[in-house]
Write a protein that binds this ligand. Structure first.
Ligand code: RUB
Length: 313
């Protein structure tokens, strides 16, 4: 239980972050938790697993990859504890393996849209987006990247570190310089935390203004996203919840106390309408955002379900 709570804390505090990593981290924890517990019978095992699933799924509300990963593992079967444990292990390993392969495949598909000499702008830190840049660089295309800081958590610093280690020339800019530099950009490549049935993209706060600036300058916007980032529940009319994070990420509590009439708003994500997205690059192909529904139907059909207040599907 301690390890389970520790993983939940790490996801919540963003020690484990990024939609893909969160998903793989939750799947791995469910597998390991199942392996650690010693319940008296299958009934108790199922109860404990449901609790663990609910706890992990509730850590961050926006990245749809998280409930999709939890559901993928919680489809386990078994009449006995032993059978259930091995079914969970198989499903979790399968999810993690598929997820890692998907990121790689997105790179291979996405690189076809990158030309030699392109300057790519990116936002936040997305493994799927970086996979495209890494693949283009590995093919010998001479690309350079403009990366935003991505305040308040500065995930841009992770991006420049990763790109630098690959040998890709990168400029770091403040978020508000996005439109200023758009004239130098050939292509925008970003990741996603969730994609709705109508093709809207939910990603790190600031994504939509970057996409808007790109649209204004007629620059293509590619969203790199594995199929498990698509949100089945949006078909049922549900909206994706935007995570509001602690004000302390923006200004210290001490500083904030100096003011009487000031509050802080700190949404972690925003919604980019599909009009500003040219292509969504998934592991099963590059699709126009209008086709998001097809991905949900073909690849995630079994995922539609409701979670009750106990965190049980
Ligand atoms: C991360 C973020 C990333 C997506 C995609 O936000 O917005 O662009 O999660 O990342 P946070 P990936 O840092 O708040 O988790 O492609 O790695 O799944």
């Amino acid at each position: 239980m301690r390890q389970l709570k520790e993983t939940a804390r790490k996801i919540k505090s963003m020690e484990i972050r990024g939609a893909g990593r969160i998903a793989r981290g939750a799947a791995a924890e469910l597998r390991d938790y199942a392996g650690r517990i010693a319940p008296k019978d299958i009934g108790e095992f199922n109860k404990k697993m449901k609790y663990a699933a609910g706890l992990l799924a509730s850590t961050r509300p926006t990245a749809v990859s998280l409930p999709n990963a939890v559901r993928a593992v919680m489809r386990y079967e078994g009449e006995t504890v032993g059978e259930a444990k091995s079914s969970i292990k198989k499903l979790a390993d399968e999810f993690i393996n598929n997820s890692e392969n998907a990121v790689k495949r997105i790179g291979e598909i996405g690189t076809r849209r990158v030309r030699d000499g392109d300057t790519i702008m990116t936002h936040c830190n997305s493994s799927a987006a970086i996979s495209i840049m890494a693949a283009a660089h590995a093919q010998g295309k001479n690309i350079s990247v403009i990366a935003t800081e991505s305040r308040p958590r500065m995930q841009g610093l992770i991006t420049i570190k990763q790109l630098d280690s690959l040998g890709i020339t990168t400029s770091l800019i403040v978020d508000s310089a996005v439109r200023y530099f758009m004239k130098d950009v050939d292509l925008v490549v970003m990741g996603a935390d969730a994609i709705t049935a109508n093709g809207s993209v939910i990603n790190k706060i600031g994504t939509s203004q970057l996409a808007l600036a790109a649209h204004e300058s007629r620059k293509n916007v590619i969203i790199a996203a594995e199929t498990y980032k698509f949100s089945p529940r949006t078909i049922l009319g549900e909206l994706v919840e935007i995570e509001e994070r602690d004000s302390g990420e923006v200004i210290s509590r001490e500083k904030l106390r100096e003011f009487s009439n000031v509050s802080v708003k700190n949404p972690a994500f925003d919604v980019t309408p599909r009009e500003y997205v040219d292509l969504i690059c998934t592991e099963v192909g590059a699709i126009p955002p209008e086709m998001a529904y097809v991905i949900i139907r073909e690849y995630l059909g079994w995922e539609i379900g409701e979670m009750n207040s106990d965190g049980v599907w």
